[in-house]
Design a protein around this ligand. Structure first.
Ligand code: AMP
Length: 397
């Protein structure tokens, strides 16, 4: 293969998503998932040329998964094509404002951010160390979820708590989903023919996790997620914003610890908690249509809170060139988009019912009528953004 490629690794605590992507046109050569890592029934699945191949992985740890990926690359004769490895890293604290080549100091800095993302950063580090060991000759690049939000001004990232908490413990709003917000905003500017450096967007990434961001001239100026990815919008199983007086009250009422309350806010709240049925918007939409009260309530709260957040984000912009919907819900839920635009009457949005109904399953496009401010669907592609940033970092190395 003559074309150069980047291997993208997205390591979670028990899974590792991977894809080999070409640098020139960001085509996926192959992709896959190592799942249930650390368990006896761990597997690794490769998707290549329209075929799917799943095999057991034993002993099934992260390092072995990385080894298997490189063995596969070798067996396919693709070794020479790889220019580097791009790693998704969830938390880069205040230190990382852009993506960066990983060396010892960067590893230590990612390690230092573990207290901010105790579930994600340790897993990301395992993936990085595994890749460094298996392929020491390749440059490794970290692409941070938080980096895009490092342009948020102080008045938007500070909590109104004692300043010493910020100075000594790093208590501030960091924001997440940075690669997705950055990707869709660049795509939207392109599609609308607006120069990115003179643009004003609000992007709503609505998946199982959800956040919305105000982006001015290509730079994040406010976002809904905060110190952790629990703040902000209603999500699949996460509560989003709550009164901070609530956790101690619930801890006392249920006789549980503060950590257990946080766990419930992360895993048993949001759409799941409200509907008492599911965290899945598609399932809730179907149930609501059949008269399930909990499903309807969950959708209404989700929509209201999202519209309210969009209103709040608008404060950071001089105008709205477009409201962008992305993520599994943003890209597919005709109902949620229609309801959100209706809630945003104050801005003058009027949905084009036909265009909205058509923008599903990867179609994208503008979903408002000509006289309305623009709302549009852009399909996110975090892998493509990781490749783009990895290439940029390697060019400047
Ligand atoms: P993600 O985390 O980006 O994969 O998004 C997952 C969410 O997208 C889940 O809540 C899915 O139910 C939702 N989703 C996917 N397809 C549809 C659809 N056709 N209608 C409504 N929600 C959908």
């Amino acid at each position: 293969m003559d074309t150069q490629t980047i291997l993208v690794l997205n390591t979670g605590s028990s899974s590792l998503k991977f894809s080999l992507i070409t640098t020139d046109d960001q085509k996926v050569v192959f992709s896959g998932l190592a799942d249930k890592l650390g368990l006896p029934d761990a597997t690794i699945t490769f998707r290549h040329n329209g075929k799917k191949n799943e095999t057991p992985l034993s002993p099934g740890n992260h390092k072995q998964a990385v080894s298997e990926i490189f063995s596969y690359i070798h067996a396919q004769g693709l070794t020479g094509s790889i220019a580097g490895v791009g790693h998704r890293v969830v938390h880069g604290g205040e230190q990382f404002k852009t993506s960066t080549v990983i060396d010892k100091a960067v590893l230590a800095a990612i390690e230092a951010c573990v207290p901010f993302a105790p579930l994600h950063n340790p897993a990301n580090l395992v993936g990085i160390r595994g890749a460094m060991e298996v392929a020491p000759h390749l440059p490794q690049v970290a692409v941070f979820d938080t980096a895009f939000h490092q342009t948020i001004p102080e008045h938007a990232y500070l909590y109104a708590v004692p300043m010493q908490w910020y100075r000594q413990y790093g208590v501030r709003r960091y924001g997440f989903h940075g690669t997705s917000h950055q990707y869709v905003v660049q795509r939207a500017a392109n599609e609308l023919g607006i120069p990115l450096n003179d643009s004003a967007f609000i992007s709503a990434h609505l998946g199982n996790g959800a956040s919305a961001t105000a982006v001015l001239n290509g730079k994040s100026v406010d976002t809904t997620m905060g110190f952790t990815p629990l703040e902000g919008l209603v999500m699949g199983t996460r509560s989003g914003d709550i009164d901070p007086g609530l956790p101690p009250y619930i801890a006392q009422s249920l006789g549980i610890t503060p950590d257990e309350v946080v766990n419930l806010l992360n895993k048993k709240s949001g759409l799941l908690g409200l509907s008492e049925l599911s965290n899945d918007m598609r399932e809730l939409t179907e149930a609501a249509a059949k008269g399930h009260k909990g499903a309807s309530v969950a959708i209404e709260v989700f929509v209201f809170r999202l519209a309210k957040a969009i209103g709040a984000l608008a404060v950071s912009l001089p105008r709205i060139d477009a409201l962008i919907f992305t993520g599994g819900i943003g890209e597919n839920s005709v109902l949620v988009r229609e309801k959100v635009l209706k809630r945003l009457k104050v801005f003058g949005f009027i949905a084009d019912a036909g265009a909205n109904a058509k923008a599903v399953g990867g179609t994208g496009g503008v979903i408002t009528i000509l006289d309305s401010p623009v709302a549009m669907v852009v399909n996110t592609n975090e892998e493509a953004m990781i490749v783009k940033q990895t290439i940029e970092v390697l060019k400047n190395k």
